[in-house]
Design a protein around this ligand. Structure first.
Ligand code: ADP
Ligand code: MG
Length: 388
């Protein structure tokens, strides 16, 4: 698409208004949008039907629905058409793991890798239990939630290459012989996928492993290969992936990473992975390093993270207006006048040479009674005259 934001402002199915583009590629785009009635935020994935490629969005919608409305996958809300696009509206998620990795200067702490790794394993396990394999496991296809507890939940998305491997009666499909083209993304796809071997559950788990090594080490050994065409490049990636030993791949990482690869490399096509054992590897790495699954992630205080989250909130926090520059005059403080005490007045009079006022003496009560003087018979002032 030439202009990536060309659909901003369009309303899909009289309900979903497109706000801004957040992802996509040559076959389509993903936008943030909102329901114009409820104001709920949504993600809208559009597939260009004029391009010469397999149309997958309808299949993706079907897989999304089959996985059910768990908070582990973005819930699909609508499927339809708009202009020359197929459209799927779904629950809006937060930034992808690739966005977050980039934000954290392309290195995650071991604790983050283990916390998200365990969640990725759970999500893939859930998909496998529902009879599907993903076939395109990579950091861009996982995203955190947006608000509340959900912002700590890793979600899997993009089921464009997903495939059923188990029938509804729980029978595993047969291995199709004959060479297939590489399915998925070359950097993360399994060695068997490079060889053109039909994928199954083991291939998803191998890709989870590569994704975690990428997060923990900052890159994969077969990154940065340049060739004149994609096929030559993919072949080179395959040769490197195939030649590297588990020890070399997991250099500098806890030994459990090696155990992980030993298990997934040795699985047969139909074999059920030992999910509890794999979960145990994460738990033991957490325990050995003194980590707790507390959902504290290194990106949460990052400004770029907050900027990515803000347009996805239904009610974004209102930022106070910037302070206006009005000169402030501070009123002079009024000092309350203090009454002078008697001793102060006396000191002042002595200093000024004024005569001191004689201290009036009053007749005591008993004498007043004897003389028959009361305050009633004499004004109070004149009582002073009866000094003794
Ligand atoms: N439901 C969603 N919520 C938030 N972001 C999403 C959602 N779906 C996709 N994205 C973003 O758009 C990108 C592309 O979407 P994806 O479904 O993977 O399309 P593609 O088939 O082009 O890879 C993702 O990497 C992710 O960053
Ligand atoms: Mg994708």
């Amino acid at each position: 698409m030439a202009n990536h934001n060309q659909l901003v402002g369009e309303i899909i199915n009289d309900r979903y208004k497109l706000e801004s583009r957040i992802g996509g590629g040559s076959f389509g785009d993903v936008y943030i949008g909102h329901n114009i009635k409820t104001k709920d935020k949504v993600a809208v994935k559009l597939e260009n039907t004029t391009n010469d490629h397999d149309l997958r969005l309808k299949i993706e919608y079907k897989v999304n629905q089959d996985l059910g409305d768990r908070n582990e996958f973005p819930v699909a809300k609508y499927y339809g058409h708009f202009k020359h696009y197929n459209v799927m509206v779904m629950e809006l998620l937060g930034p992808s793991l690739e966005d977050l990795f980039h934000m954290c200067k392309r290195k995650f702490s071991l604790k983050t890798v283990l916390q998200i790794g365990k969640q990725m394993l759970s999500r893939i396990e859930r998909m496998h239990k529902a009879g599907y394999i993903h076939r395109d496991i990579k950091p861009d296809n996982f995203a955190m939630g947006v608000e509340g507890a959900d912002r700590h939940v890793v979600h899997v998305l993009d089921f464009g290459l997903a495939k059923r491997v188990k029938t509804v009666d729980n029978y595993h499909i047969k291995k199709v012989t004959g060479k297939k083209s590489v399915i998925g993304t070359a950097r993360y796809t399994s060695i068997n996928s490079h060889r053109g071997i039909e994928q199954s559950r083991r291939d998803d788990l191998e890709s989870v492993g590569y994704t975690l090594v990428y997060f923990a080490r900052g890159s994969l050994p077969w990154q940065g290969i340049r060739r004149s065409n994609n096929n030559a490049k993919y072949h080179e990636i395959f040769l490197k992936k195939d030649a590297i030993t588990i020890e070399q791949l997991c250099e500098g990482l806890p030994r459990q990473f090696k155990n992980y690869f030993h298990h997934v490399y040795n699985l047969h096509f139909k074999e059920k992975p030992d999910y509890p054992m794999l979960h145990g590897l994460f738990d033991s790495m957490m325990a050995e390093n003194g980590f707790k699954y507390d959902n504290v992630y290194e990106w949460e205080e990052n400004k770029a993270y907050k900027n990515l989250i803000k347009p996805r909130l239904k009610n974004p926090p209102v930022t106070p207006p910037p302070p206006v520059n009005i000169p402030i005059t501070i009123p002079e403080k009024k000092v309350p006048l203090k009454r002078k005490t008697k001793s102060q007045k006396k000191r002042d009079a002595l200093a000024a040479g004024r005569p001191l006022k004689p201290k009036p003496k009053y007749i005591c009560k008993a004498d007043r009674a004897r003389l028959g003087i009361t305050t009633k018979t004499l004004p109070r002032e004149q009582l002073k005259l009866y000094c003794i």
